[in-house]
Design a protein around this ligand. Structure first.
Ligand SMILES: [Zn+2]
Length: 295
């Protein structure tokens, strides 16, 4: 009972929920994305990135999340979709989570407050939509935020790469009641954790692979599979995450247990799904960037 009380208390007082695949997950998706781009499109993109790898850029949106001048970017990491709710409907009513950011500014500038809308928005910026580029520059300046290396385009690219990863993490398209698993406390190999963190980082980190090793492993593993369609757009990717998230909640609870115990059985049970979402995220990112930068 004491452990349960502790868990419930922690669930209520723990600060800021996790916002993304952890750094390794984002780098894996970004590397697979960059590896699988059309060479001509990749070369065109390098005019924006310079010598920087997408894996390096992919983690910047999490790095800045503790700086209040970037608060307006916070609602873009996820989308809340209730069970049975169509994604298109959820896009209209995403709750705002912005700290110092003013909701009116986002609305006035027409900047979306969810991961699906953010992917479309930054895609338009990178395709040269002047109105959206201006709106984004104004949003950053309102908060006193600096663009990444002084470049609006590079900032938009880093955000797009990051959010393409997030939308494939099934609990980033989560239910409102448990904040995408952030309020679901679990016993993870004997440690108190929340389910969202298990999916953002812990399932990945337990492999003890670097992001390059993990990306290479996935590229080899998926190379032998029958041709898979990696296209679609962010609405479809979010709809898939809603379907897949059910598997994240499949853990039993034994009598006398205070918290669900997640260890080898759980991790091995969701392993194929974890790999699939990291790999799909990367291949979709490649196709998406080819459409932006390709001939
Ligand atoms: Zn994120």
């Amino acid at each position: 009972m004491r452990a349960l009380c502790l868990a419930l208390t922690l669930a209520l007082v723990l600060p800021n929920p996790a916002l993304a695949w952890g750094p390794t997950g984002h780098r894996i998706t970004a590397k697979i994305g960059e590896d699988n781009m059309d060479p001509a499109a990749r070369e065109a993109m390098q005019a924006v990135t310079g010598a920087r790898s997408l894996a390096l850029l992919a983690t910047w949106p999490d790095f800045i999340r503790s700086f209040p001048e970037y608060d307006c970017l916070k609602p873009m990491h996820f989308l809340t979709v209730e069970d049975g709710q169509p994604v298109e409907e959820a896009l209209q009513e995403t709750p705002f989570v912005g700290g110092k950011c003013k909701k009116e500014d986002l609305q006035r500038l027409g900047i979306p407050m969810n991961v699906v809308g953010a992917i479309d928005f930054f895609t338009a910026v990178l395709k040269g939509d002047n109105a959206k580029t201006q709106a984004f520059a104004e949003l950053l300046s309102l908060g006193g935020a600096e663009p990444l290396h002084g470049s609006i385009e590079l900032t938009a690219l880093a955000l797009l790469v990051h959010f393409a990863g997030d939308v494939h993490q099934p609990l980033h398209v989560g239910r409102g009641a448990d904040r995408g698993g952030n309020s679901v406390m679990v016993d993870w190999f004997g440690k108190l954790e929340n389910l969202h963190m298990v999916w953002d980082e812990l399932l990945i980190e337990r492999k003890l692979l670097s992001y390059t090793e993990f990306a290479d492993f996935l590229e080899q593993d998926f190379a032998d599979r029958p041709a898979v369609e990696y296209g679609g757009g962010p609405v479809a990717w979010a709809e898939e995450s809603v379907v897949h998230r059910a598997a994240a909640y499949e853990f039993g609870s034994r009598p006398g247990q205070n918290l669900p115990e997640l260890s080898y059985e759980y991790a091995d049970g969701v392993d194929a799904l974890l790999n699939q979402r990291l790999y799909e995220g990367g291949r979709r990112l490649a196709e998406h960037l080819d459409r932006i930068y390709g001939p």
